[in-house]
Design a protein around this ligand. Structure first.
Ligand SMILES: [Zn+2]
Length: 265
């Protein structure tokens, strides 16, 4: 049965090859179907949970509380995803999001994101990558699409050799020794979308700037944010430019009673 899948999926990819538009109005080439991508995300997340130890329940509840508040404000078609977030025990300050809505934050990043609002900036950014279909764009090169199809069609799946490469392409590279950062364009777009989302959920958007200050003070940035170009300064400028509209969204959210309260463990 397995050998039929690659053939069927190649046909699917060819018919679905499409140009889509990102939340900020950018044209995108997305060769994989949503269902294929979501399945890859789900498999990669399961593999990741086998490979890394989970943090304690208090940390899980904290991250879940922040994620729930943001997911509740997503457009309906995005809210339907299988949104899940897990906190992993790791010193490495990193976070990730996979197609389908599977997210992870390491305890090392919780040391840098010091408040619920700063964590909301992280989670908003990650959700921004997902709803802007960045993984699909990344995988939509000839080689990556071939790789994705061969992994999906193989019996070893994510555990095989191609599986780790594919997990890298999906945004899990840091843990698997494959550094494949999101592009500058993707990073800036995730920043903009994330800022809107956190504000709509009633988290203070100014916390995104505080988060970046903490990262500078910490002497670096998490691998997921390590795109080739935008420096701390450029990113903070990008956030500043959107802050006026984010603040009015935030005030509206607060007036509407969206005042999330997620106690930090
Ligand atoms: Zn990012």
């Amino acid at each position: 049965m397995r050998w039929i899948r690659p053939i069927a999926m190649t046909a699917l990819v060819l018919t679905l090859a499409a140009c889509t538009t990102s939340p900020t109005g950018r044209q995108q080439l997305t060769l994989m179907s949503d269902s294929q991508l979501n399945e890859m995300g789900r498999e990669a997340f399961a593999q990741y949970q086998q490979d890394l130890p989970a943090a304690g329940q208090a940390h899980q509840r904290y991250a879940q509380c922040v994620a729930n508040a943001i997911v509740a404000e997503l457009p309906e078609r995005e809210r339907d995803k299988d949104w899940q977030i897990r906190v992993f025990e790791s010193e490495q300050a990193n976070a990730f999001a996979l197609p389908g809505g599977y997210m992870g934050v390491n305890t090392g990043l919780l040391d840098i994101a010091k408040t619920q609002d700063q964590l909301a900036a992280v989670v908003g950014h990650e959700i921004g990558h997902v709803i802007a279909n960045h993984a699909n764009e990344r995988v939509s090169t000839h080689t990556s699409t071939q790789l994705a199809l061969s992994v999906l069609g193989s019996a070893s799946g994510m555990q095989g050799q191609g599986g780790q490469q594919l997990m890298g392409a999906l945004g899990l590279g840091a843990q698997y020794g494959i550094l494949l950062p999101f592009s500058r364009r993707h990073e800036s777009e995730a920043d903009v979308v994330g800022l809107r989302l956190m504000a709509d959920a009633g988290f203070d958007p100014r916390a995104s700037l505080a988060l970046w200050e903490n990262m500078s003070a910490n002497g670096g940035q998490p691998p997921e944010w390590m795109s080739t170009h935008p420096s701390h300064g450029q990113r903070m400028q990008g956030l500043q430019a959107q802050m006026g509209s984010a603040m009015s969204r935030y005030e509206q959210a607060r007036q509407a009673g969206r005042t999330p309260n997620c106690p930090r463990p």
